[in-house]
Ligand binder design. Structure first.
Ligand SMILES: Cc1cc2nc3c(=O)[nH]c(=O)nc-3n(C[C@H](O)[C@H](O)[C@H](O)COP(=O)(O)OP(=O)(O)OC[C@H]3O[C@@H](n4cnc5c(N)ncnc54)[C@H](O)[C@@H]3O)c2cc1C
Length: 376
């Protein structure tokens, strides 16, 4: 089999890179071993314009957020009902019927109810609300409006617009799309079978011009890019049933409660860089249940407990581009806590770089680590 680009991994990075390559008319094949606890599978899918305790504006927010919103809408138009079905009983549509399939809604606009944990936090919000000229930080008409749902004393502000992406539907739908177009190999990539050729790569029976690793935390453990400054951290979440809580907001009070598919809620998370494994921990479950009992006025049932390691980086910037010694070997990774926001934009940049040799943003280009990578 001959292809232009072989992509390892179909998380957020691999999904977006394969999508944009396809849009640009560049042939690609994705190899992905489906695992339940990858970062994209367990993420809450939030695009938040203002983050962290200091409420700092998301890096490049004005560019990457509007870009991401359009991109998820565009991807939703590809993942119609035909590909949403995750079963061997595929629905078949005639080309005309396929054209008429309604787009899948992958992204929803929502707001974040940001309960103040301390007077200082409230003051901070007041100051930042002036600074950001009410662009993202607003005040509710009635700060008592959430009293029937939550215990809180110091009021709340609203962060808007924020967005939430249904990552499960995105992963499954795009996987089906790739499978049906013979562009996905559902298997483990075995690095020992990769051969570098002067003008490309050979992997089993696939001859490709380039290979791009979008393999999440695996890149930190082995391979061409393992010397990059990753700073992995573990996150966990509970999936909950909460009757009576409106699911058109994201709620934040130290932890977050985010609407989840099926009318459920996602409660998380931790940023643990001293983890010993990638499994759900009893300590997190106890801590999260105690938090829920203290803040929530509705009863809740725990349906699931998930965990994954985030492919974060020391500089908090993604990694994109080409190995300095092997220009046919590339990477798209390191989206950290912001994959939903950053992956569409930088995957498009990498796809355009492949198709038209347009430059990558220096802040993400792994050329900045040429010296480190040359040690391999
Ligand atoms: C608890 C939690 C909550 C989060 N919430 C948010 C959020 O609200 N908003 C946000 O923007 N970000 C969030 N993130 C971060 C976000 O999930 C990541 O930035 C993003 O998903 C990383 O995507 P990726 O494609 O690089 O990696 P991954 O999602 O890990 O994808 C890598 C893929 O490569 C495959 N793979 C790896 N090795 C091989 C191999 N040898 N052979 C075959 N396949 C292989 C894996 O199976 C996987 O499918 C969260 C993360 C966590 C853990």
């Amino acid at each position: 089999m001959q292809t232009s680009v072989l992509i390892v991994g179909q998380g957020l990075c691999g999904t977006w890179l394969s999508f944009w390559l396809q849009q640009l008319g560049i042939d690609c094949v994705v190899i992905d071993e489906e695992r339940p606890n990858t970062s994209t599978r367990v993420a809450s899918g939030v695009i938040n314009p203002v983050t962290g305790r200091r409420m700092t504006r998301t890096w490049m927010a004005d560019e990457v957020i509007p870009f991401a919103v359009k991109a998820y809408e565009e991807l939703g138009r590809k993942i119609t009902a035909k590909y949403e079905v995750r079963s061997s009983r595929e629905r078949t549509f005639s080309p005309a019927q396929e054209q008429q399939q309604p787009a899948t809604t992958l992204i929803q606009r929502c707001d974040i109810i940001d309960f103040f944990n301390s007077p200082d936090r409230r003051k901070d919000f007041e100051e930042k609300a002036k600074q950001y000229a009410a662009e993202y930080l607003q005040w509710p008409e009635d700060e008592a409006a959430m009293q029937q749902h939550f215990r809180y004393e110091l009021g709340y502000g609203i962060i808007a617009p924020a967005y939430q992406v249904d990552l499960q539907t995105m992963l499954d739908g795009w996987r089906q799309y790739l499978l049906q177009h013979q562009q996905l190999l559902a298997q483990r990539f075995d690095a020992s079978q990769l051969q570098l050729l002067p003008d490309g790569v050979q992997y089993q029976d696939i001859r490709a011009d380039k290979i791009v690793f979008a393999d999440g935390i695996a890149a930190n453990a082995a391979g061409f890019f393992q010397l990059l400054p990753f700073a992995l951290n573990k996150g966990e979440a509970l999936i909950l049933k909460i009757d009576g809580l409106p699911n058109n907001h994201i709620y934040k009070k130290g932890n977050s409660l985010t609407p989840w598919r099926g009318g459920y809620f996602w409660a998380g998370s931790t940023y643990n860089n001293h983890y010993t494994n990638d499994q759900p921990s009893e300590a997190f479950r106890q801590q999260m249940e105690a938090w829920l009992q203290s803040v929530l006025k509705h009863p809740f049932t725990v349906l699931d407990h998930v965990a994954a390691i985030r492919p974060a980086t020391v500089e908090r910037r993604p990694f994109a581009g080409w190995h300095p010694q092997h220009p046919q070997v590339g990477i798209l990774n390191g989206t950290g806590t912001k994959g939903v926001t950053l992956a569409p934009y930088f995957a498009q940049q990498l796809a355009a770089n492949i198709a038209q040799q347009t430059p990558l943003l220096p802040a993400v280009d792994v050329a900045r680590f040429a010296r480190v990578l040359s040690r391999m």
